[in-house]
Structures are given as C-alpha cells and as structure tokens.
Design a protein around this ligand. Structure first.
Ligand SMILES: C[S@@+](CC[C@H](N)C(=O)[O-])C[C@H]1O[C@@H](n2cnc3c(N)ncnc32)[C@H](O)[C@@H]1O
Length: 340
C-alpha cells in the first residue's frame, strides 16, 4: 500500500486515527518472523552494498556516494591525522566549559569522538553515522549510534554542550534543516563547531607544476556531485551564514591550509602534507568511482586515466597543492530565540 497524505498528517488528540491495513491481513505471517526480519534488516545494514568492488552503506537505498570499506576507513584515519597536525592537535576550538553532552555528526571511524572522549572525560560523547564502521573498544564515555542526521532527531531539545561536524561537506542534502535541528538541540550557552574542507583544491603561486589534472579532477568531481544533489564547495561565508540564519551568535572563523604532498618547508606541515597525500592516493578512487561513473557518465577506464595523471602531479614535489580548511564555531545564546 502506498503512503497517502492522511497516513502522515498528525491527528488532534481525541479524534479517531485511520485504521491502517496490517501486514498480517495481506497474507504474510510477518509477526511469526519478526526476529528473523529484524536480523535481516540489521544484517543488510551491517553488510552494506557492493559496487565496482567497493562497499557502500546500505542505510538509504541508492543514496550512497562514498564507500565505507576498509580502504575508505584508512583514508579517513590518515586524513584525520593530517588535519590534526595542521590544527595543532586541538579537538575543538570552541571555548566549551565542562561539557556534559557532546554530539559528533557523521563520525566515520569515530576517531574524533574517541579523542573528544579523552579530552572531555566528564562528558558523554554521542557519535552517529550511516555506516557501522566504528570500533567496539572505546572509552566508556563514547557511544556510537547508526543514525541519519537528516532525519528528525529524537534527543531532547537543549541537550548538547557541543555539536561537532568534521568534513561533512558533500554529504548533506539539506543543510538548513540540519542546522535548525542542531540549534534546537544545543544547550543555551553551548556551541556548534564545523571543521570543513573545500574540495576545490588550490595550487599556490610558488608551484612550478600547474596541477592541471588535479584541478580538473576537483572540478569534475564537483560537477558530478551537483548532479547527485550535493555540493563539494564550502566557504567561511557560507558556513557563517548557515549558523547565523538559525540563531547562533558570536561566530568565529579560523582558516588553515592542508598541504597535499611534502612540499612545505616546515617539518610539521611537511608531515601533514605527506599524510594527506597518502590518504588521497589511498582514497581518490573511492571518492570518485560512484560520482564519475554513475552521475557523470564516465567509463571506468576514463576515470582511471585521469586519476593516474592526478597521482603523478600530486607526487611531484614541485606541485604545491593544498585544501582550504575552515573552522567555524558559534554559540547558542543563553536566552535563545528559536529561528522561524
Ligand atoms: C567524509 S566522512 C567524515 C568522517 C569523520 N567526521 C572524519 O572527519 O573523519 C563523512 C561521514 O559522514 C557520514 N554521513 C554522511 N551523511 C550522513 C548522515 N545524513 N547522517 C549521519 N552520518 C552521515 C558518512 O557515512 C561518513 O562516515
């Protein structure tokens, strides 16, 4: 039976609700199999969906973009290490004071949540993701949940002292709605912190290699994401506007460069660049497979040729490429007005 409008309209208390057809009336003895049905849904989420030899999450059918297999998890963890170096190993920049509840949206392998659990031992860190790829041995104050942040949240309002998101650009379809929920569920006086990367890479003026293929890859990747209804672009202005629109105040913006490759002079940045290069060499194909072959109509061979050129460029020490990284945080006022 398809869902009619009356199925989803709330009915005032005291009035009769429509009687829905039940599964048992359709001849399926579903209740007899409840356990196996639950097990089967759970195991299909745990199993994921396979395409081009890569595994994707099976949470929302057809809406997977980037893999969640071990190769992708390695990419995420190496990228995390490179970003941490650039950010001076700070877990968060927002001046949170003795937080009790922290939420990490799109936790990936859970590495930030685990670090936050250690940095804030008095807090409970709830970390959610579409993919069940988090470790089971974690600090006792960290809990992982498989959940879609774009659905209605069931936590109580005003709960979190800090809501954190890292590198979620390219993942969220409705940012306004997400930030409205973030605002509602942030404690008055609490913070939201976004740690985002713009996926249009930059070749800095000192570069002797123009990075033509790298820039083409970024551009094409962005266009393909657009066809999938997602944007890989972000900026401090955009993030600030998102937060102000829903009611956050005192927005602070910090900007960093994340080098790709060991081209910077400073040892610390060279290390960050090496790690970032390694994460890209590991993960570039996973980032592109679905976008290029499904949304942009490229053949696998065409994609492999482009990626080979990008790898050669990024490995050239004369190619001075980097990703722009933005930290944007804002506070929910002590006496908040809720955005309309
Ligand atoms: C690029 S990864 C970033 C992971 C982690 N924040 C980090 O920086 O290492 C994006 C993560 O967000 C998750 N994700 C995407 N959309 C989501 C949603 N609507 N709700 C929850 N998680 C989501 C993906 O499954 C993926 O693990």
């Amino acid at each position: 039976m398809s869902t009619s409008e009356s199925d989803v309209q709330p009915v005032p208390q005291g009035q009769n609700l429509d009687v829905w057809d039940s599964q048992s009336e359709s001849g399926d003895s579903a209740y007899g199999d409840l356990e196996s049905e639950t097990a089967s849904v759970t195991s299909s989420i745990m199993r994921g969906h396979f395409e081009n030899g890569r595994r994707y999450h099976a949470f929302r059918s057809g809406q997977y973009m980037f893999p969640d297999d071990e190769q992708e998890q390695d990419r995420l963890d190496i990228k995390y290490a490179s970003l941490s170096i650039v950010m001076g190993d700070k877990v968060a920049f927002a001046p949170v004071n003795d937080p009790q509840n922290i939420l990490d949206i799109g936790t990936g392998t859970g590495i930030w949540a685990i670090d936050a659990g250690e940095a804030y031992p008095g807090a409970t860190i709830t970390a959610i993701d579409l993919s069940p790829i988090q470790p089971s041995w974690v600090p006792p104050n960290v809990k992982f949940e498989i959940d879609d942040a774009e659905q209605d949240w069931t936590w109580e309002p005003d709960r979190f002292d800090l809501i954190h998101m890292r590198t979620m650009t390219g993942c969220i379809r409705n940012w306004d709605r997400l930030f409205e929920q973030c605002y509602r569920h942030t404690k008055p006086g609490g913070y939201i912190e976004l740690q985002e990367m713009d996926y249009m890479g930059v070749i800095q003026p000192t570069s002797q290699n123009p990075g033509t293929s790298f820039l083409q890859w970024c551009q094409q990747q962005g266009e393909a994401a657009g066809k999938a209804g997602l944007s890989l672009r972000t900026s401090p202005e955009l993030l600030k506007e998102f937060l102000e629109k829903v009611g956050f105040v005192d927005i602070t913006v910090l900007e960093f460069k994340l080098p790709i490759g060991p081209w910077p002079k400073k040892k610390r940045l060279r290390d960050a660049g090496l790690l970032q290069l390694s994460s890209l060499l590991e993960g570039m194909e996973g980032l592109s497979l679905r976008l290029f072959t499904f949304y942009a109509g490229w053949s696998l061979e065409e994609l492999k040729v482009l990626l080979a050129k990008v790898r050669t460029e990024l490995k050239d020490k004369n190619c001075h490429s980097y990703w722009p990284v933005y930290i944007v945080y804002g506070r929910k006022p002590d006496t908040p007005g809720h955005a309309a």
